[in-house]
Design a binder for this molecule. Structure first.
Ligand code: SF4
Length: 385
């Protein structure tokens, strides 16, 4: 993407006029918003767009995380989660263990299982297919959102298969959607310095393009607050917007705030709350073709996540039990929120909570049947934008 130096420079008034007319913002506009010290005006514009689409509601889902393996062949400098092959503490769970974990989940039955992990040297497509089949055999209604584009690209590389073939096999085994992880920052400069060797930006985008073509929806992320520049953030958003124009397969965009602990990066601070709000608001305004912007409380912290609901975000992540990737990196948020806690957070922020499933359909539950997995299964109904 080339940011043009020609034409009239954007200002808050010209951008507000575009928002008023429903006109698409340019990369120069996004760059201006990211650099503006008038955070209140940026937030007001983003909130306007957010409320035009979703009114006062804020969605959340009830999910659980399972990391099938923490062993990874890569060495991303921002990662606190991985173990090298052969290192103490590395693991690869079996399909039976995965099913056992789902069976043992306490609390309100989840609608979604989020499964991501490292790029294991020997686990192949058939390993993941066996996990999904085993889980679906006992929990057919549970939506499996699994494998980042980086993991899919790694499976394709070691299996000498194309992305389409890998995704088709996994879909047939029970994969329902892809999470948005592994995007980091698309700029080659940043990738070379932080996560060289794993999937390139082009590969990440291609995996999602192919997935969308196969009817597998997905999310997109961006890891910000480390060595990236504002231009590189805009480039990242621009590439996502272009792909979404082409496929329409992204459900939500999730800006991920960098956490500095237990990794090889020599940066001692993550982004401030103000910076996070600015990135979230700019994303809402620039990604006009993304239905949802998520405030991922695990990384933002609960207070900033609440604020983000007035800076463009319309969704909080779920109840998230057993999350390790960001907690190992120093996230000080709780490892789980109960449904009552997440609803209270949303209500305290002045929004109306709505449980959704992975596809953003409203979930109706019988409140008297919510304690045992598999019992009192929720039903989903489509919700109008
Ligand atoms: S971020 Fe993912 S690919 Fe990179 S080292 Fe960690 S687990 Fe491996």
């Amino acid at each position: 993407m080339v940011i043009s130096a020609q034409g009239q420079s954007p200002c808050m008034e010209s951008i507000a006029a575009k928002v008023e007319r429903g006109e698409r913002l340019s990369p120069e506009d996004a760059l201006f918003l990211l650099g503006s010290s008038d955070l209140v005006s940026v937030g007001r514009l983003a909130n306007r767009v957010r409320e035009e689409r979703w009114g006062n509601r804020c969605s959340y889902n009830i999910n659980r995380h399972i990391h099938p393996t923490n062993v990874c062949v890569f060495r991303c400098t921002f990662c606190s989660f991985y173990r090298k092959p052969g290192q103490d503490g590395g693991y690869l769970i079996t399909p039976e263990e995965a099913v056992e974990r789902v069976r043992g989940m306490e609390g309100t039955p989840p609608t979604e299982l989020h499964m991501v992990g490292g790029c294991h040297p020997t686990a192949r497509v058939d390993y993941y297919a066996s996990l999904y089949r085993a889980i679906k055999a006992e929990f057919p209604e549970l939506h499996i959102k699994s494998l980042t584009a980086v993991e899919i690209a790694w499976l394709a590389r070691v299996s000498k298969k194309g992305f389409r073939e890998v995704l088709l096999e996994l879909k047939q085994a029970g994969l329902d959607s892809l999470p948005g992880g592994g995007a980091e920052i698309f700029a080659k400069r940043v990738r070379d310095l932080t996560c060289g060797g794993k999937a390139t930006a082009e590969e990440w985008l291609e995996v999602h393009r192919v997935a969308h073509g196969l009817g597998i929806p997905s999310n997109a992320t961006m890891l910000y607050g480390h060595i990236e520049t504002n231009e590189e953030i805009v480039d990242h958003l621009f590439r996502l917007r272009e792909l979404q124009d082409e496929t329409g397969g992204f459900l939500t965009f999730i800006p991920l705030a960098y956490h500095p602990e237990n990794n090889a990066m020599e940066i001692s601070e993550g982004p401030s709350g103000m910076r996070s709000l600015q990135v979230i608001a700019t994303s809402r305004l620039f990604l006009d073709n993304f239905p949802h912007i998520k405030a991922y409380w695990v990384m933002l912290g609960l207070e900033t996540a609440q604020m983000a609901l007035w800076w463009g975000a319309d969704d909080l992540d779920g109840t998230v039990v057993d999350e390790h990737i960001y907690h190992d990196a120093g996230a000080t948020t709780p490892e789980a929120l109960t449904v009552s806690q997440i609803r209270a957070l949303i209500e305290e922020a002045g929004r109306e909570p709505m449980e959704r499933d992975t596809l953003y359909r409203r979930v109706e539950r019988r409140r008297d049947l919510t304690s045992t997995p598999g019992v009192g299964s929720p039903s989903s109904t489509p919700t109008a934008p």
